[in-house]
Design a protein around this ligand. Structure first.
Ligand SMILES: Nc1ncnc2c1ncn2[C@@H]1O[C@H](COP(=O)(O)OP(=O)(O)O)[C@@H](O)[C@H]1O
Ligand SMILES: O=c1ccn([C@@H]2O[C@H](COP(=O)(O)OP(=O)(O)O)[C@@H](O)[C@H]2O)c(=O)[nH]1
Ligand SMILES: [Mg+2]
Length: 234
């Protein structure tokens, strides 16, 4: 399985992996053959192994999606952006489409039963056993609802810590035509983040699985802070 992943890497990514080998003393084969980041199926029994799940948290515009793309390209994870899953629902014939649209427009949180179902389905459909869940859970209620339905627990949680002013600047410059990238919605989203999402982050910190990452600086500088976290998973 890892061989297929490696063969898809472009030469620039291979270069990065080489740099990582020098910097952190490991190589791609070691990363992909580790006991933690192992193939999706047991070679002998064919049974599905528990995936290695990383939750990626941070305020709006903190750089979650950007850094997830880097992690996917370097470490072969599958990226599940929960915001993207919800946006897809809006444009499908889903009965929840207009409710989801209104909720996102207002900067509030979509009811857990909707989100949890979408995440569970996406994880189960993924043939990869290295998964990034980006942007969930956004509240303690989200977290508990997910645990209740037997969703896969995160092995680690990343938190991109970024000052509010920087997050606002990034969101207003995002330019992806998102209905929630405006000053009124972002203000509400920041309030929701502080009131409802920070307690979840605290919870994972107490559990000892949180990696708090300074989310300021260039994308490259931030990714340099992310690399050792995955390097340590050998
Ligand atoms: N380190 C950075 N410095 C400046 N802009 C960034 C940085 N990281 C991401 N961005 C830009 O900021 C915006 C928000 O980033 P994104 O990854 O979508 O954040 P999130 O998923 O946390 O909302 C995007 O337009 C992205 O290109
Ligand atoms: O678990 C989630 C993830 C997203 N959202 C909604 O989707 C919006 C956009 O989320 P996304 O993660 O795409 O935004 P980002 O933080 O990346 O800007 C949020 O403000 C919420 O309204 C939600 O309700 N639950
Ligand atoms: Mg995002």
């Amino acid at each position: 399985m890892w061989k297929r992943g490696i063969s898809m890497l472009s030469s620039s990514k291979s270069r990065l992996l080489n740099q990582m080998q020098v910097a952190y003393g490991f190589n791609a084969c070691q990363v992909f053959s580790t006991g933690l980041l192992n193939p999706a199926e047991d070679a002998v029994s064919g049974a599905r192994r528990k995936p290695f799940v990383t939750f990626v948290l941070g305020g709006p515009g903190s750089g979650k999606g950007t850094q997830c793309t880097r992690i996917v390209n370097t470490f072969g994870f599958t990226h599940l952006s929960v915001g993207d899953l919800l946006r897809k629902e809006i444009y499908s014939d889903s009965e929840n489409g207009s409710m989801i649209l209104d909720t996102i427009k207002e900067g509030k949180i979509v009811p857990s039963e909707v989100t949890v179902k979408l995440i569970k389905k996406a994880i189960e459909a993924s043939e990869n056993n290295r998964i990034l869940v980006d942007g969930f859970p956004r509240s303690e209620e989200n977290r508990v609802a997910y645990e209740r339905v037997g969703g896969v627990e995160p092995d680690i949680v990343l938190f991109f810590d970024c000052p509010k002013e920087e997050m606002v600047k990034r969101v207003l410059n995002r330019n992806q035509g998102r209905i929630d990238d405006n000053i009124d919605t972002v203000k509400e989203r920041l309030t929701v983040f502080e009131e409802l999402n920070l307690p979840v982050i605290k919870y994972y910190s107490k559990k000892g699985i949180l990696h708090k990452i300074d989310g300021t600086g260039t994308e490259d500088e931030i990714f340099e802070r992310v690399l050792p976290i995955f390097a340590a998973l050998r």
